[in-house]
Design a protein around this ligand. Structure first.
Ligand SMILES: C[S@@+](CC[C@H](N)C(=O)[O-])C[C@H]1O[C@@H](n2cnc3c(N)ncnc32)[C@H](O)[C@@H]1O
Length: 299
């Protein structure tokens, strides 16, 4: 039983009716609904020349906020293709599933009185651990919109631990975009699991974009806290093996990572391009600057 507003399907129908026709045309252009650490939104222009011109189906095994997926979709390049999206983060994939299957309940429940931009309410909701999938998704979106820097970060026990953001008027429930995302996800295969799951589905001619947690470039820069499991050198090696297998299958593969000697050695037999990214350049994240990142391609 939900603790907040009772979900009433008639109310959610009104939400749809209240959105003007002109805004509905935006539904074809969904955007990431969460701000995600390591998100690729600001690199999309630089990635353009590396995306393959032609491909069959699309798979993205480190989905996160899905910046590349939403960009490829919104620019018409995924039309008529089978799409498979994978991430190991349970809470994240629950959000995608709820938006796909229970959008009415979510857009009724999320903007109710409980999810307000208030410090006390924020810390109370941060302490909650709901079982209900819609409540879980609403909590995650609410915390993402109201926490400091919109980060998703958990401690060793898997508990969200980002402080209150103190923003003036964050848009907690972006109904139009959530509906647009829901529409897009209707024909998408969503998998909560390890990136190797992609091997079950990838075939010749398919395009796969991999954006793993980056190999830290210094000992202090070791943020990989999207889940409570860390992504270590062994995981990077497993990913390189997956690339070799996909290459044998004649898939088109693009991988992002940090400009690190270990990573360059792992992919020495493939094309390695350098892009400039604006990122936090010290361990506290307070200084920002341009750093090199790698794009690894097998085509
Ligand atoms: C750099 S983020 C992806 C960001 C995404 N490209 C975006 O634009 O928002 C890396 C993602 O990999 C996920 N991840 C970590 N380990 C994983 C694993 N073993 N298999 C699949 N996903 C994993 C994390 O949960 C995180 O969402």
């Amino acid at each position: 039983m939900r603790t907040g507003l009772t979900v009433d399907r008639n109310t959610s129908v009104n939400v749809y009716e209240n959105i003007s026709k002109s805004k509905r045309s935006l539904f074809n252009k969904p955007e990431p609904f969460l701000k995600w650490a390591g998100g690729k939104r600001q690199l999309l222009d630089k990635f353009e020349k590396y995306f393959p011109k032609k491909f069959n189906n699309y798979l993205e095994p480190f989905l996160g906020g899905g910046a590349v997926f939403f960009h490829l979709f919104s620019t018409g390049r995924l039309f008529g293709k089978k799409i498979t999206l994978i991430d190991s983060n349970l809470d994240l994939m629950n959000c995608y599933r709820v938006i796909k299957n229970e959008i009415d309940s979510l857009i009724t429940y999320l903007p109710n009185g409980k999810h307000r931009n208030d410090e006390n309410i924020f810390y109370r909701i941060r302490e909650e651990n709901p079982n209900d999938p819609v409540e879980k998704a609403a909590r995650m979106i609410y915390l993402n919109k109201t926490c400091y820097n919109g980060l998703y970060r958990v401690n060793r026990n898997g508990r969200f631990n980002v402080p209150f953001g103190n923003y003036k008027n964050p848009l907690i429930c972006d109904t139009e975009n959530l509906i647009a995302v829901s529409n897009v996800l209707q024909n998408v295969r969503l998998i909560k699991g390890d990136f190797t799951e992609c091997l079950k589905y990838a075939c010749s001619g398919d395009f796969l974009y991999f954006d793993p947690p980056y190999q830290p470039i210094s000992k202090t820069a070791s943020f990989t806290g999207y889940t409570s499991n860390c992504f270590n050198e062994k995981s990077q090696e497993r990913l390189a093996e997956v690339l070799k297998e996909l290459d044998r299958r004649q898939c088109k593969v693009m991988i992002s990572n940090s400009d690190d000697s270990f990573i360059k050695k792992l992919y020495k037999d493939f094309n390695i391009e350098i892009v400039k990214a604006r990122r936090a350049i010290n361990c506290k994240g307070s200084k920002r600057g341009e750093i090199n990142e790698l794009v690894i391609l097998n085509y």
